[in-house]
Write a protein that binds this ligand. Sequence first.
Ligand code: AP5
Length: 242
Amino acid sequence: MSGLGFHNRRSVQKRLGTFWNGARLVILLGPPGAGKGTQAKRIAGQYGLQHLSTGDMLRDNIRRDTELARKAKPLINRGELVPDDIVLGMVQERIAQSDCENGFILDGFPRTLQQAQGLEGICRLYKSKSITVLNMLVKPELLIQRLANRRICKRSGHIYNLVDHPPIRPGICDDDGSELIQRPDDAEAVIRERIRTYEQHICPVIDYYSVRGLLYEVNAITDPDTVMANIMKVLDAEDPAK
Ligand code: AP5
């Protein structure tokens, strides 16, 4: 496998092998608007895991106008996937950092069979084998409504919804007073393409984790507190420390 950052796989694996003992990996699958980001932040806080969102990493590259961003931005703006080698390289570099040594939660990755296989290659030295995959299930008709009404704090990334979780003052983050923004790919036509793209690629990923006995389905239709309670039932039962 080639790609940005992926060429130095051996040195990264060597480093991973030294500190991944006992660390926990949680993977969140679900269509755009399923609530992955909302729940990933809660799970990270509850279980002391690092939250890694490939969407956030790509948007950070776009803000910094990197070489990677020049390839990724037009694809993201059209609702298409960024090539596997770019995303795999980005993830591999990120999880090799020391703040992931106690475990991490992957939000929006893997999205293709190639990414799932690539992750397994990266994790071969992952000795605890504590991997839990949560597939967040939502009625399709809810997705567009949720995403079209999403607003995000420019500074902290806190996620709001104009209908279900509005800020106290319009356009202003309750936590830090920063501006709330709408993602460019939350335009309705792009949302529809993102959902179509997700459905086109995700079935083999779901099968991949299902046959390995790692996949759990989570009802993500109800309010965020109830969804978190559903998630905690699975994660507490799967706790590697127990
Ligand atoms: P990414 O940023 O990962 O976007 P996504 O997967 O489309 O998911 P979203 O962030 O839109 O939704 P979410 O499930 O996190 O929902 P949220 O919690 O915000 O990816 C963006 C793009 O980057 C992709 O299209 C692709 O181009 C590229 N990319 C990223 N990863 C890639 C990869 N691995 N490979 C290739 N390309 C990649 O919630 C949404 C709204 O709903 C909010 O307003 C929230 O308040 C509300 N809400 C949440 N939960 C509930 C609830 N239970 N009840 C009511 N409302 C709720």
